[in-house]
Write a protein that binds this ligand. Sequence first.
Ligand code: XMP
Length: 484
Amino acid sequence: MAEILGRIGLSFDDVLLVPRRSSIRSRKEVDTRSKFTRRIWLNIPIVSAAMDTVTESRMAITMAREGGIGVIHRFMPPQKQAEEVSKVKRAENIVIEKPATIRPEATVKDAKDLMSFLGISGLLVVDDHGKLLGIITRRDVLFEDNRRLVKDCMTPRSDMIVAREGVSLEEAREIFRSHKIEKLPIVDDEGRLKGLITSVDLVKREAYPNASRDSKGRLLVAAAVGVKERELERAQLLVEAGVDALVVDVAHGHSEMCMEMVKRLRIIYGDDEEIVAGNVATREGVEDLASAGASAVKVGIGPGSVCTTRVVAGVGVPQLTAIIECAEAAEQMDVPIIADGGIRESGDVVKALAAGASTVMIGRLLAGTDESPGTIVMKNGRRYKIYRGMASMYAMLGREFMMRDDAEALLDASEYSYYAEGVEAYVPYVGSASDVVRRLVAGLRSGMSYLGARNLDELRRNAIFIRISPASVRESYPHDVEVI
Ligand code: XMP
């Protein structure tokens, strides 16, 4: 017999947080650090969605620089996705482990070509055993005869400043300052090249003090995988590219296929990799995925702005209730949860985190930014970008087309329109993703200070939700005025 639950499912607009006594003097005092997975901490609890109109390397770089993380979507060939991950990992490599090198017998033309191909300003000159012999920069070759040899134009090792393995970033900074150099090669006791630190990378690091970084100073990035057998190969390429977390990303995460995938990844990678899985909307969903080995669970069935699952399938749990229930199980299982979908304002971020999520995943709010894939389109004189659900008809068609590599898929268009659980949409172009994220974090800090919460644990502990009426919703927005 079907059962009707006694409780009413609630969404963000159904509630407000009750203000609490606060000793916080400034919003800057609050700490927004949170766990993305069991082992990965973020400085801000914001994650960009694994959607083809939201997160590729450009978005992921911005998200990590701001202190959050991006999940590179999986709707592209595995090699391409791995390359997107590498781009993020290379974006701010403090110690470049395999710097570009050239042999002393190469010509100036070779050096110029290699520098412009790699888009860099200098090459380290090494012998066949990897021993550092010198450095040649763009400046050295600018007016040189192309036929001359690198060894005759380079700055020799004897005139170079180098550092030993294990040099700290502070020591490197001091060397850059006192010697006014731009590149600091790292060598071992035998003089073999072991890495390179550039002043540009150090400056970038200082420009983003809040950034999410791994132990080598590289930006953090996650990437999505599906649940089919062939996705294990994708996962392996992503791991080789240095991904920090694999996200098993399916519409119905509380499915045996999803649990099976998590288990298989756990067997293959043991504790070496962080594995996120979802989406679920129930306590049991969290328990089953955590038991299968997930290091974080994604929560949200149907709350997303371009989702039609609830309409098409009649299935879903209002997002605030889903978060609260899942958070209880998550606490017992010691896994963080990611509240995925339905965030429209910073107030929703505060509510989702107060309800027990450790981070929030965002699609629509980031889709209209410079960093999302796709170009700006004009409509009625206004600028927009395209945002689409990953289960929308065209997204599914495009995916099938990409995988099959032939035109046959196009014939099945009508079938996809039956199964679509998402829509394609225009979203207003809003400029930089950093601004969007900073506005959300400012709102979060404000919410935390109203609740007297110095960190996100305190936010959860101090959270009392009050259910509100439709009249109160109206009262919450600007009303009875003409907004300018
Ligand atoms: P927002 O509200 O930020 O939500 O746009 C982003 C999340 O929506 C989910 N998503 C979908 N859900 N059909 C669905 O039912 C879809 O086609 C679809 N595409 C994305 C996803 O969880 C994403 O992070």
